[in-house]
Design a protein around this ligand. Structure first.
Ligand code: NCD
Length: 337
């Protein structure tokens, strides 16, 4: 696609409306393939996609690998626990090993913020052509998840032809552990970039007041915001008030592995205050608002088991399915640039 500008996909803060349109259009084409009797395309034949996950993952890694195989790429998977990291090799040297084996794209997940970006900068500075796709870094960014969430919400409102404009003036509530969530941060850039307003909801320990300013300035190192008018971000401490105004709601996992102090001591109380259930959804002004969660879910904490299994409104399965076509689009765009 000639108008695609990104060599790497590291963050959504630098995505323009045109970028969102390109990703949606391509994803919808890939998603429709099985209806034409085709499951696999030769588009990336001969390309090598390496998934370099230094942190655990179930869906993101599998989804990237399935996406790459559907485009006929070769796929190399790396497992941190059985690698030379255990002998003291650094993540950079690990990545360079796969680059030397001919990786065209490295999909990188790491527990520290900016590792994918530092790797991309290093590769560019040393004249290598390998592209880096961020599969989630620390608290910072998870662009493919933000895009698949955006697509899933748009698709709920526009089942035949989802596009970024379907988000314009919609209000999306994001509930729970915002502080530790790279998914929330990528969704903030994506949703406001398409003109949606976001209401963040959670206790002060997991949602500092400063989040209202989150999308007001481009991140360090980025000259300008490519979106001229973003949607608004507000904070609501009460779940009832947040749900009352929402057109869609996303809830997030309590990320205990990233909490340096015990920020939530009483999980029953947290569930009473911020857990989504069929009964809390009665506060919504619309019947049947779509419910999203990036997974993995702590059943009975951020969401009741009954709600998780109610496929009429809980879109967790749609998020996972849409993840494949979104990642096909992203891999295609950077591997053929
Ligand atoms: C998320 C992640 O890893 O950031 N999961 C995912 O990629 N689907 C969210 C989480 O771990 O809670």
């Amino acid at each position: 696609m000639s108008s695609w500008k990104h060599q790497h996909i590291l963050d959504l803060a630098n995505f323009s409306l045109e970028d969102y349109n390109i990703v949606f259009e391509l994803s919808s084409r890939f998603k429709a393939l099985p209806q034409t009797g085709t499951r696999k395309l030769p588009a990336l034949q001969g390309k090598l996609i390496t998934t370099l996950f230094f942190e655990p993952s179930t869906r993101t890694r599998a989804s990237f690998e399935i996406a790459a195989k559907r485009l006929s790429a070769d796929v190399q998977s790396f497992s941190a626990s059985s690698s030379s990291l255990q002998k003291g090799e650094t993540p950079l040297d690990t990545a360079l090993t796969y680059v030397a084996m001919g990786a065209d794209v490295l999909v990188v997940r790491h527990g520290s913020t900016n590792v994918p970006e530092q790797l991309a900068n290093y590769l560019e500075a040393s004249g290598r052509k390998t592209a880096v796709l961020n599969g989630g870094d620390g608290l910072h960014s998870h662009p493919s998840q933000g895009l698949l969430d955006l697509y899933t919400i748009a698709n709920f409102f526009n089942p035949t032809n989802p596009n970024p404009q379907d988000l314009l003036n919609k209000k999306v509530a994001i509930v729970g552990d915002i502080l530790h969530s790279r998914v929330a941060r990528s969704n903030l850039w994506a949703l406001t970039g398409c003109g949606a307003n976001v209401v963040l909801c959670g206790p002060p320990s997991l949602l500092p007041d400063e989040f209202t300013d989150f999308v007001k300035a481009p991140p360090p190192g980025q000259a300008h915001d490519p979106i001229t008018k973003r949607g608004q971000v507000s904070i609501e401490r009460s779940l009832k008030a947040a749900l009352k105004e929402a057109d869609a709601v996303m809830t997030l996992r309590l990320q205990k592995e990233r909490m340096h102090q015990n920020l939530i001591t009483d999980l029953d109380r947290y569930h009473r205050d911020y857990g989504l259930t069929h009964s809390s959804l009665k506060w919504c002004r619309h019947n049947n608002i779509p419910v999203l969660h990036p997974g993995p879910v702590n059943r009975g904490v951020e969401m009741s088991s009954e709600l998780l299994e109610d496929r009429s409104i809980c879109l967790v399965g749609n998020q996972v399915s849409n993840g494949i076509s979104i990642r096909m689009a992203l891999l295609y765009l950077i591997a053929t640039k």
